[in-house]
Design a protein around this ligand. Structure first.
Ligand SMILES: *Cc1c(COP(=O)(O)O)cnc(C)c1O
Length: 245
């Protein structure tokens, strides 16, 4: 393994390997199969060259937060990437997102019926395959965050799965706290939402994924049942944002 990859290997590819190892160990600690846990490499603000490096190391699942950024980057990268959109999505950006990224696999940030409807209709009008959907849940109890309240997750999950024929409900997602950290309470709340959703929809828990855990807490999230971790800075390095003033 070291032989051929050593030449092209870079910092991000090495970081990916270390994350894969840590995911594996966290899965083992909690008696779960690590091949059931997806790592979404969150590449927001990072250049195409760095994404390419992680792709060349064998990774295929990537996530972005901003429509403008993903529609710019995705066409410059291989088509077998499975893109996840994980940022807040406005109705008027649904069309450019779906038209600009044919290999968009998942939208993780659906938090109301209006955006679900818009996605459903746009998938139909473009004629692409169904889009996978996570319902985003606000598990922090604070107003500043996007996501439905835990008490509203059943209704929205039901809506996506029963009233949106072009969408495929696949689970629940949470960010956690407004500062993008998470607590064990956030993870517990999301797992509890899953029980309610699965009961209401009459589906087994394995059919409802949990997207929770980021760079700082993905091992804990896995131990608490996460099936989809979204990891940015640990793979790609710290993000630099232009200074606002
Ligand atoms: C940026 C972002 C991540 C990744 O955060 P890191 O702490 O860099 O791993 C995960 N999820 C969402 C929704 C994000 O916006």
């Amino acid at each position: 393994m070291a032989g051929s990859s050593a030449v092209t290997d870079g910092v991000a590819a090495a970081a990916l390997r270390s994350v894969i190892q840590r995911v594996h160990e966290a899965a083992e600690r909690s008696g779960r199969a690590s091949d059931r846990i997806r790592i979404v490499a969150v590449s927001k603000t990072k250049p195409v060259s760095l994404i390419r490096q992680v792709y060349d190391a064998g990774h295929r699942s990537f996530g972005e937060n901003y429509v403008q950024e993903i529609v710019e980057k995705a066409p410059q990268l291989p088509e077998d990437i499975e893109w996840s959109f994980i940022g807040n999505l406005q109705s008027n950006k649904v069309k450019p997102l779906l038209a600009g990224v044919p290999n968009l696999a998942t939208v993780e940030s659906v938090d109301d019926k209006k955006i679900a409807d818009r996605l459903d209709r746009m998938v139909a009008s473009i004629g692409r395959k169904p889009l996978k959907i996570y319902v985003q849940v606000n598990t922090s109890g604070e107003e500043s965050k996007y996501g439905v309240e835990p008490s509203g997750c059943v209704e929205l999950a039901k809506y996506v799965s029963q009233d949106c024929p072009n969408l495929e409900f696949c689970g629940l997602m949470t960010i956690g706290m407004p500062d993008y950290t998470s607590t064990p309470e956030n993870f517990k709340t999301l797992a509890k939402c899953r029980s309610e959703v699965c009961e209401a929809l009459g589906i087994p828990e394995e059919q409802c994924e949990l997207s929770m855990g980021m760079s700082g807490d993905f091992e804990l999230a896995i131990e608490m049942g996460s099936t989809n971790v979204r990891i940015g800075s640990t793979i790609f390095g710290a993000r630099e944002y232009p200074k606002k003033n």
